[in-house]
Design a protein around this ligand. Structure first.
Ligand SMILES: *[C@@H]1O[C@H](CO)[C@@H](O)[C@H](O)[C@H]1NC(C)=O
Ligand SMILES: *[C@@H]1O[C@H](CO)[C@@H](O)[C@H](O)[C@H]1NC(C)=O
Ligand SMILES: *[C@@H]1O[C@H](CO)[C@@H](O)[C@H](O)[C@H]1NC(C)=O
Ligand SMILES: *[C@@H]1O[C@H](CO)[C@@H](O)[C@H](O)[C@H]1NC(C)=O
Ligand SMILES: *[C@@H]1O[C@H](CO)[C@@H](O)[C@H](O)[C@H]1NC(C)=O
Ligand SMILES: *[C@@H]1O[C@H](CO)[C@@H](O)[C@H](O)[C@H]1NC(C)=O
Ligand SMILES: *[C@@H]1O[C@H](CO)[C@@H](O)[C@H](O)[C@H]1NC(C)=O
Ligand SMILES: *[C@@H]1O[C@H](CO)[C@@H](O)[C@H](O)[C@H]1NC(C)=O
Length: 612
């Protein structure tokens, strides 16, 4: 299939080359900092060469997603005002020594996702599987490409001309050598490596680069285990953003690289998914207990956004993971997808202190953790709790977003987490979680509440107790709501009057009591897919704000004329989207009007030909 597509693409290009010379690119104008900027947009045009006949005063040339293989001498000589050049996603494998001649004003160059010299070594086909690696993870069979690993000298004389560059995006070779030409980019601020085949990040790798660098991205290098040397980041004393997410160098080694930033201010450290079962070794096992030593640099850093998700963390020593010298700096933390217990008796004081000190913390993501700590049971089960008697942790007042979805965690005795008075919590996700750290709140003003899976009663009780009608969005899938609706009837949604978006799909609901939706006058988006409705609830006629109704995968046999009229009315008022696929529509005489309506209505339907 790919072969056919490739062939047709090539065929079209050949035709295009024969007949089209200029005007393949769109010339546009944009205002940037009060200045009109002329842009040549040549994205995705099947080009194999750099056009020579564009206006000489363009400042931005976007040639992403074309078929360039080489950049010859003086390709850009006509465009001496160029400030931004995008060559991302081509098939570049050759740069000549004078490729960028004339580009003295260039500040952004993005050449990532190309092949540079690699096609000499690998065949292009080898890279197709790698492209998909992001999704499927590392696979052992690609490890055999190790034998192709070779040194690569980036053509630094070509790059050295770009002395004004502030942004450089480029591929990362297995054993890269960046020559002195790179040192001439003395104002370089951002360096991004996207297609990455790195094997070894040495003390010398970055030594020629200017210390001006502020952002370094080195993501998804997972073709090989990446060996690191202790001083690899020493050339960059001014980094503010370090994003190594998805690069398999092991979290422990990554944290060691941070030593040049002790006591520095860093806005983002993204070390998500740097350890992986595929690189499990005796000296750096996947299963990791965070020690004081591992944290010794990180704890001193004033970091705002910290991501240590998916790193096989199973535990932490006292004085490690939650002992920051500058807890006030922390704004967003993600510990998603590890396996450690957040609250435990041995670390209780520490975590209490941590949450007391993180006064600017806005989001905390502890989703996808699964821990079962069989610590001996010693408490009482009296639910009438008293914080100086029972163990509890008070969450920071500043916290806006808490995600504990897909988490299973037990402590004995239970440790209560308290949401303080006058809190900022507006987003809570407790989907599929089973945590015996009951959350006690006094004045919760949630706007988004996600509670998929399990039993409706936890969410329902929370909502009933909250006197504030602030909730705008609820996602409540797969939560046995058919039972709840049967039990409580029209009362069930009484405590969520302010709702605008409600997703109650996957609940086996086949029936709504007549006034069920009455308490919700502002309902705008309603998702009812994967239930068992035989007809769309007629009570929707009383709702005038609905803009979206999703009833896919039910057992609808038709859509009544009342609902059709209502949908048309909604369309006239404010636009209306209706999703109807995968139902049991009947093709009979009774449905002729419905079928005709499908063809003529202005309502935005997900299809115009439903299977009947
Ligand atoms: C590029 O220019 C250099 C120096 O002017 C010259 O030596 C080289 O042959 C040229 N390469 C090509 C492919 O034209
Ligand atoms: C590029 O320039 C360097 C130094 O001037 C030279 O050693 C090298 O051979 C040149 N490469 C090509 C392809 O012209
Ligand atoms: C490309 O790689 C080959 C093999 O490693 C090397 O001999 C050649 O000099 C490289 N070409 C360029 C332009 O760097
Ligand atoms: C890298 O630097 C560290 C610290 O100076 C040193 O211990 C290590 O041996 C160096 N690695 C190599 C391969 O030179
Ligand atoms: C970090 O930022 C704070 C507040 O902006 C500032 O006072 C401090 O000097 C900075 N520290 C460093 C090492 O730059
Ligand atoms: C809470 O427990 C402490 C310690 O047992 C006790 O001194 C205190 O009176 C209790 N407070 C309340 C309100 O019951
Ligand atoms: C609630 O917190 C805000 C900001 O933290 C503060 O300005 C306000 O005075 C507090 N209100 C009460 C009643 O404590
Ligand atoms: C519905 O929205 C209006 C306008 O935003 C608001 O004034 C009203 O309080 C809302 N109704 C409910 C029940 O929240």
């Amino acid at each position: 299939m790919e072969g056919i597509i490739l062939y047709s693409v090539l065929y079209i290009i050949i035709i295009c080359n024969a007949f089209v010379h200029a005007s393949v690119c769109d010339i546009k104008y944009e205002f940037k900092e009060n200045e009109e900027v002329k842009i040549a947009d040549c994205k995705n045009k099947g080009l194999t060469f750099v056009p020579h006949d564009l206006p000489g005063d363009i400042k931005v040339l976007d040639m992403s997603c074309n078929l360039l293989r080489m950049i010859w001498n003086n390709s850009f000589i006509n465009y001496k005002y160029l400030q931004e050049l995008f060559l991302r996603q081509n098939q570049l494998d050759y740069l000549s020594n004078n490729s960028f001649q004339g580009l003295h004003k260039l500040s952004i160059l993005d050449m990532s996702e190309n092949l540079l010299n690699l096609s000499n070594i690998y065949s292009i086909e080898i890279f197709y599987p790698i492209k998909r690696l992001n999704e499927i993870g590392y696979q052992e069979k690609y490890a055999s490409t190790n034998r192709f690993v070779t040194d690569y000298n980036y053509p630094d004389h070509a790059f050295g001309i770009l002395t004004k560059l502030s942004f450089l995006g480029i591929d990362m070779m297995p054993l890269p050598h960046f020559g002195s030409g790179f040192g001439q980019m003395t104002t370089l601020k951002e360096l991004h490596f996207e297609s990455c085949y790195l094997v070894h990040l040495s003390n010398k790798t970055f030594e020629r680069f200017s210390p001006s660098l502020e952002q370094l991205t080195l993501r998804h290098c997972r073709l090989h285990f990446v060996v690191t040397e202790y001083n690899a980041l020493l050339p960059f004393p001014n980094l503010r953003v370090i994003d190594f997410s998805g690069t398999f160098m092991h979290l422990k080694h990554a944290l060691q690289l941070l030593h040049p930033y002790r006591n520095a201010n860093i806005s983002t450290i993204n070390f998500g998914h740097m350890s992986d079962v595929s690189i499990d070794r005796a000296d750096i096992p996947y299963v990791l207990t965070i020690t004081v030593d591992i944290m010794k640099s990180l704890k001193t850093i004033c970091v705002e956004n910290l991501d240590l998700s998916e790193n096989g963390i199973v535990d932490y020593e006292p004085g490690s993971l939650f002992s920051f010298d500058h807890p006030k700096c922390l704004r967003h933390i993600s510990f998603k997808g590890n396996r450690f217990l957040l609250f435990s008796e041995k670390n209780l004081n520490e975590i209490q202190y941590f949450f007391r000190k993180t006064v600017r913390l806005k989001s905390f993501d502890y989703s996808y953790n699964a821990v079962n700590y069989g610590i001996k049971y010693s408490g009482t089960s009296n639910l009438d709790f008293n914080c100086s008697f029972y163990s509890c942790v008070i969450l920071p007042k500043s916290l806006e977003k808490l995600d504990v979805s897909y988490t299973i965690a037990y402590t004995f005795p239970a440790i209560y987490s308290l949401v303080p008075k006058n809190n900022s919590l507006t987003y809570l996700d407790v989907s599929y979680s089973n945590i015996n750290a009951p959350m006690i709140d006094f004045q919760i003003r949630l706007e988004t509440f996600i509670s998929n899976g399990g039993d409706y009663s936890f969410a329902w009780n929370q909502l009933k107790r909250s006197p504030y009608h602030t909730l705008k969005k609820i996602v409540w899938k797969n939560a046995d709501l058919d039972t709840a609706i049967r039990l409580y009837g029209n009362q069930f949604f009484n405590s969520i009057r302010s709702i605008e978006s409600m997703d109650i799909s996957e609940n086996d609901i086949w029936f709504f009591p007549d006034d069920l939706l009455n308490p919700m006058p502002n309902l705008t988006y309603l998702y009812l897919s994967k239930n068992s409705f035989q007809s769309i609830p007629i009570q929707l006629r009383d709702h005038t704000k609905v803009q979206m109704l999703d009833v896919r995968k039910n057992r609808l046999t038709s859509v009544s004329s009342a609902i059709r009229d209502w949908a048309d009315k909604m369309q006239d008022l404010h636009g209306m989207t209706l999703h109807l696929t995968d139902n049991a529509f009947e093709c009979n005489c009774d449905n002729i009007d419905f079928i005709r309506w499908i063809q003529t209505t202005k309502v935005d339907l997900d299809s115009r030909s439903y299977i009947m």
